[in-house]
Design a protein around this ligand. Structure first.
Ligand code: ADP
Ligand code: MG
Length: 224
């Protein structure tokens, strides 16, 4: 009976996800259809001004599908022993330019000689990319992102702290729900993907936030 219950739980989660994916993709599709019907009924004069909006809508669909594919990827997963320091430096190098454009500085304080962790490298990189991007996006007027990591017993603890807009208490419980986003161009899939990946690595993500003062995301990963 327990097994059955677990199966029906899974089904309803899949059903919920399918419903929200369908909803999220139908909105931009309906908008695109409207534009095409408009062009059709009025002839194709003067439609250039709508191209920008249409491209935005298409980009949105593309982004949603790209992120869902990361989540669904059946590709072979190679688990390797990796150093968290190298992984974080890779992500910081990748996002530093984008950060500086927004006047955001990334400061790392990573303990030396941290033990290795077992991980699927690309998946963990994706998590750090998602979290650092969120931190950058939370600080439209610039600021500092602190990334610290240290050993805590059998685990490695990484903290990504920003000085951004923060998350009000009533929204904290919605984090990780598919498509929960407060951003105009957000997909609301980054945190859900990150939670899933960290869970598959036998780790944990905890988010603490002070509305208006900043957010700290703690990632705990077991040592190999
Ligand atoms: P997206 O970034 O596409 O909106 P995410 O799943 O990455 O989707 O994040 C969901 C929501 O969580 C964001 O829209 C934002 O409201 C909130 N959030 C996540 N990280 C932060 C952060 N560092 N500071 C403030 N809000 C955040
Ligand atoms: Mg995000």
């Amino acid at each position: 009976a327990e097994e059955l219950l677990r199966k029906s739980d899974k089904l309803s989660i899949v059903g919920q996800l399918a419903a929200s994916v369908a909803h999220e993709i139908r909105n931009p599709l309906t908008a695109l259809k409207g534009f095409i019907q408009l062009f059709q009924s009025k002839g194709i004069v003067d439609c250039e001004k709508y191209y920008g909006i249409m491209l935005d809508e298409l980009n949105r669909i593309e982004q949603i599908i790209t992120e869902l594919l990361i989540l669904a990827k059946p590709q072979s997963k190679t688990v390797e022993k990796k150093g968290i320091k190298e992984l974080i430096h890779y992500v910081v190098d990748l996002l530093d330019r984008q950060a500086l454009v927004h006047n955001v500085h990334i400061v790392c304080d990573l303990e030396e000689n941290l033990p290795l962790i077992n991980c699927v490298e690309n998946e963990l990189k994706q998590v750090f990319i998602n979290l650092v991007k969120n931190a950058i996006e939370a600080m439209p007027d610039g600021g500092i992102i602190h990334i610290d990591s240290e050993r805590k017993g059998r685990n490695i603890e990484i903290i990504i702290q920003d000085q951004g807009c923060g998350i009000p208490p009533e929204s904290l419980k919605k984090l990780g729900e598919p498509f929960y986003s407060t951003k105009e161009k957000g997909t609301g899939l980054g945190l859900m993907t990150s939670y899933k990946i960290i869970q598959e690595h036998f780790g944990q993500i905890n988010i603490e936030s002070d509305s208006g003062r900043g957010t700290a995301v703690q990632i705990i990963l077991p040592i190999a």
